[in-house]
Each structure stands twice: as C-alpha cells, then as structure tokens.
Design a protein around this ligand. Structure first.
Ligand code: GAL
Length: 343
C-alpha cells in the first residue's frame, strides 16, 4: 500500500512537472489559456451579432486564423461598451497575442487599446475606427465612398424635392463617415435649392425600432411629403419601408446587401444597397493579425487619422448594388446563392 502511494505521488509530480513545462506565455509573460500554447492566440471582440453580416465576419475571420495555424476566441458585446471592455480584459487575461476589435463605441473603446497595450498586445480596429487612441492598424472599407454611393442610388431616381437621411449610431465612427459621404453628394443640390434635407437623424444603436419610431413621429408631426430616403444600412432601410409602406415609388438606399434587402430590391420596395465583400475584409484582417503576432511589421498603402495618430490602414472598395447587377455581384461572388436570392 505504502509503495503504491509513493509510486502514484512520484507519477503525480512527474505529470505536474510536464504540465508546468507545457505552460506557454505570450510575449508579455501572460499564460496562454488555450489548448496548444505554441500557436498564435487571437482575440476577436465584436460589438454585436445583431446584423447578419457580423456572423459572416466572425465565421470568416475564425476560419482564416485557423487555416493560418492560429487559435482564436470571439466574444460579442451586444452593443454594450462596458461589456466589451470586460470582454477585452478577459481575452488579455487569457494570454492573447493580438486583439482584433469592432468597437461598440468608437470613442470609449480607446480604453480597450490602452488595456491591450499595457499587456503588450497590439490592436487592429476591424470595420470601425477607434478614435483618440494609439491604435496599431485599421482595416475596413472606404466608408465615405459607401455614403456617396448610398446618396447616388437615391438621387439617380429623384434629383429634386424632400430627402430624408436616416443615419446610423453616432457612437459608431462609420456612421459619421457614411453621412459625410452622403453630404458630399447632397450638399451641392441643397445649395442649389434642388434638394431639401427635411429629415436628418442618427439612430441609437442602429436600432430598427428606434428608426421606425423617429421617422413615423416626424411624419405624424409634420405635414411634409418625402421624395427620397437615404438609409445608412439595410436594417434602417427596412424600417423606412415599414413606415412609408410597400406601394410607393419613393427611392430608398441602404447598405450591407442583406438578403431581405436583396429581396426588397427585386420586389421594387428598395432601390439599391452597398455590398461590402466581407470575406475579403475578414481574410485580410486574419492574415494581418497572424503576421503581426508572428512579429512581422506590415506597411499599408494608406493611413487614417483618428485624432491621435495616422493609423496604418487597409481600406477596401464598396460595390453599388441595384436590381440589374445582383447576378454579377451578389451571386457570382457567392455572397448569396441563386436559390436564396430568387426564393
Ligand atoms: C457599421 C457597419 C455596417 C452596419 C452597422 C451596424 O459599422 O459598417 O455594415 O451594419 O455597423 O452594425
């Protein structure tokens, strides 16, 4: 009995010895709490999974990181900035080597950059810029161009009259870029008197319900007709259709090429949308993250000033979608299948 006890004790010590030997830390000496510590450990902090695009972002980034030999943990904050900060702390404590983040609030997310840098972890802002922070990289689309395309889609149908602009969440720096782009197209027509921007409102948390309530309230309280609508994404375009109804010829633009929007475009209740090839964005972000975590320095073609520095940036091209080019863009790229589009 004593002998067996001694043997199992020795065995235990040996195992413990092995275990401590397998413990791997990241560049800042933090234990990497993941299966295979040798692998690069990527932390992906999402703002939300509310819009369908974010599932595609999550899936593509995760698959690409794994394909490149890394491990990844993704957390989503459900639109709550405080939750996001706690999730970033958790990822850092798990020993991540690199952080990819979609900020819930472009301003207060600078706290996440500070926390990561204090732990020696570099930060890539994904799709949305983080302001006033020593951010390492920013990868997204040319979001001002997204706004220009949205305005053009509507103004190609109605070049004079009353326009409503349904903006996104003001906490999301993208919403400011989208509006800036739309104003690049609208302002000259406002100055010439052709266009009246009768409604111009940001939408808290990109919420469909809030957008509907705001627009309905405006129309109920003002005896004004709307001739065209520019909505910052397809969710908000859907809200506008719910308010003005299906049987109008009021042009409406959106963004994200959501399936419901593609169906509205084919049905004629939405005029167009902006397609952003998410898989390209995700693949490039995952590759960038792995390169940085493996110690490579990446130079970019452009930078974006975030109020604190000129952040090295990768900005991809958005694509204008209307009824006539759905086949060669949305279907041919595999964004949706023919069956999904024409169901
Ligand atoms: C923006 C993003 C859009 C949109 C929105 C709502 O930052 O660029 O594609 O969907 O967030 O989540």
């Amino acid at each position: 009995m004593k002998r067996r006890l001694a043997l199992s004790l020795i065995l235990l010590l040996l195992l413990a010895g092995c275990a401590t030997n397998n413990k791997v830390t990241n560049t800042n000496g933090i234990d990497k709490l993941q299966a295979d510590g040798e692998k690069v450990y990527v932390g992906f902090a999402l703002d939300t999974l509310k819009e369908s695009r974010w599932y595609r972002d999550k899936e593509n980034v995760e698959n690409k990181v794994k394909e490149l030999g890394g491990n990844i943990k993704t957390l989503a904050a459900n639109g709550n900035q405080d939750v996001q900060i706690e999730q970033v702390k958790l990822l850092i404590n798990e020993g991540i080597d690199i952080l990819i983040i979609v900020p819930s609030d472009s301003k207060t997310a600078n706290k996440a950059v500070q926390l990561a840098h204090d732990a020696g972890v570099k930060v890539i802002a994904y799709d949305r810029l983080i302001m006033d922070a020593p951010l390492d990289y920013y990868i997204s689309f040319d979001n001002e161009k997204v706004g220009e395309i949205q305005a053009q889609i509507t103004l190609d149908q109605v070049s004079e009259g009353n326009i409503a602009y349904i903006g996104g969440s003001k906490a999301d720096n993208n919403a400011l870029f989208f509006r800036e782009g739309a104003m690049n197209i609208l302002q000259p027509l406002i100055d010439s008197g052709d266009i009246n921007l009768v409604y111009d409102k940001y939408t808290e948390n990109w919420s469909k319900e809030i957008a509907e309530k705001n627009l309905r309230g405006f129309l109920n309280n003002n005896n004004i007709s709307i001739d065209g609508i520019i909505a910052a994404n397809d969710t908000l375009a859907g809200a506008a259709v719910n308010v003005i109804g299906q049987n109008t010829d009021i042009p409406i633009s959106g963004q994200d090429a959501e399936l419901s929007a593609i169906h509205r475009i084919l049905a004629g209740t939405q005029t167009g949308t902006v397609y952003k090839p998410i898989d390209t964005l995700a693949n490039q972000a995952a590759t960038l993250a792995m390169d940085i975590a493996n110690g490579n320095t990446i130079s970019t073609e452009t930078t974006t000033n975030n109020g604190s520095k000129d952040v090295p940036s990768i900005l991809l091209e958005p694509v204008r979608i209307n009824r006539d080019n759905i086949e060669e863009t949305i279907i041919e790229s595999g964004h949706f299948t023919k069956e999904e589009v024409y169901q």
